[in-house]
Design a binder for this molecule. Sequence first.
Ligand SMILES: Cc1cc2nc3c(=O)[nH]c(=O)nc-3n(C[C@H](O)[C@H](O)[C@H](O)COP(=O)(O)OP(=O)(O)OC[C@H]3O[C@@H](n4cnc5c(N)ncnc54)[C@H](O)[C@@H]3O)c2cc1C
Length: 624
Amino acid sequence: MREGPGRERNVPIQGALDATKRADALRKLASGPLDVLIIGGGVTGTGAALDAASRGLRVGLVEARDLAAGTSSRSSKLVHGGLRYLEQRDFKLVKEALRERDLLVAKLAPHLVRPLPFLYPIYKKVVERPYVGAGLVIYDAMEGTKRPVPYHRHLTTRGALKRAPSLKADRLAGAMMYYDAQVDDARLAMTVARTAAAHGATVVTGASAVALLRSSDERDAPVIGARIRDEETGHLHDIRATRVVVCAGVWSDLVHEASGVRAGYQVRMSKGVHLVVPRSAIDAGTGMIVRTEKSVLFFIPWGDDRWIVGTTDTDFSGDRSEPTATAQDVSYILGQANRVLAKPLTSRDVLAVYAGLRPLVADPEPAPGLVPTDVADKPTTKLSREHVVDAPLPGLVSIAGGKLTTYRLMARDVIDVAVNDFPREVPPSVTDQLPLLGADGLAAVRAGAQRLAEDYGLSVPAVEHLITRYGALAEEVLGLIRADKSLGRPLAAGYPYLRAEVVYAVTHEGALRVEDVLARRVRLLIESPDAGVPVASAVATIMGKLLGWGRRQRAQETQRYLDLAVATGQAIRPPADAIAPAEGAEAATTGAGAADAAAAKPGAAVAGAAERAAGKASRAPIPA
Ligand SMILES: Cc1cc2nc3c(=O)[nH]c(=O)nc-3n(C[C@H](O)[C@H](O)[C@H](O)COP(=O)(O)OP(=O)(O)OC[C@H]3O[C@@H](n4cnc5c(N)ncnc54)[C@H](O)[C@@H]3O)c2cc1C
């Protein structure tokens, strides 16, 4: 929505993505040739934009919807090596991911990425403790001795129950304690985009690449840009670029197919579902990871009041823009959780459900050396989480696979390929030395929380909340409150978000729609049992003042959010039985497409979704 420093005079620094200036940014993109045009504004695309811009290239990024609207807002939100991948002997992936985790925690994004302890309960003392213990020794050793997170520890049964009283005591034979990290995934992708803008990238959301531009009609003609549709106006723009980089996640195949490009890989979509439950439903002071038959289940603390529990891993072939959970998905997660919890979780505990699609790499006919050849028949749990870069045509590079954790490496790799044979010399990636916006000055802002609270007439927890979300940029949000005291009021009762954050989301974080604010800038869509619907109209009013919406458009934008809340609320509650079975639910979700087929049944929809969307539901759990 704006250009970074050094491109134009009178442009504010700090990489503000100002949605009120979106039209200017789009004009700018269309006006001159770029070095690199990135398609897709998930964590991979924003990472690629940052990598390229910080190497001195002229960069544009187009995102069809909103930053992180795809998979990058729907993950488990862990920045981790992936203990599970160790078991699959994917040592390279684990080692790289651990290094990235530590870099993010210690240097690049300490305001966003926080260490998190995990308890791994053990049930077969003789077999499991040495096995898991050895795995964790490797996990720790791969990280090295310079580490921002503690080493793993062995716990007795008593020690495990002290930390997690909710665990079933029978059969428990102790536990291991190890560390990983967590992040608000959507905030990470958006902050990476802002950091790219601060280095000169032009970022435009609501802009879809509808076709690749070619230098001639020949089949193998080089790609010289992309035709973009402005989703706000329907206008088409041709954007020229020396390199086009496709970072479209599960949409990659569609981008390739739209222009008749045969890429060397195909994406295989795997759906993962998470439940959000109140913190009070599970008594534990740490995250937990438990084995399931095919994979693992995480219990991840989310903020002060919630747990995220998941996930599933099933083949998917439905609508990729808004994947939904099915009743079977919910039952499966509850069933797996209840294998280890003394007090079973019930559907009544479920505050929200969300689903995301992993863009895993699969290819029945891969280009030599590009991807494994035997993946087409593998279950998605067994597919590698490594990424693949392909250059199917001159001028075009494409990437898929990977993880949120390794976004920086993915970005480096794809831009390395993009600038291979570039008309001028391009320096190597420097992003391992580039803290994201909000990281610099963090310690001083944290130390000054009390003073800031006094200066701005807010409580210390309110200021700490802002620092947790914006790091050193919290002062920019506070500046809005100084100018207009009413913006210091809470956005929704019982939640820490302030009205100023809605303004900031528009003027600095590129939010164009009510959904962008409630689903991704603040996370009420997944944190609140009413999905934030009761405040949608207030959000539309605040946004409308900045974006010039009249009464009709405010109503439309509010309605649009209600529709989304209805759509995503459809599998909040499993059918009839309130307590999920402890075993045997797995079969329902491991068969390819089984769960998604069930979603099509009318009975899978939840009657309460409509009342949730209408804002009639209170914070109390919705009865099944
Ligand atoms: C359930 C689940 C749990 C996960 N948990 C973790 C985890 O804990 N830790 C971890 O490291 N990783 C995790 N992952 C993986 C991680 O979330 C993904 O690898 C990552 O978010 C993918 O990012 P991306 O940018 O490649 O794709 P996306 O985030 O999907 O971005 C692609 C973007 O391209 C845009 N787009 C598509 N077509 C076009 C077009 N024609 N023009 C313009 N834009 C377009 C889309 O709108 C979208 O925003 C998880 C994934 C899932 C599904």
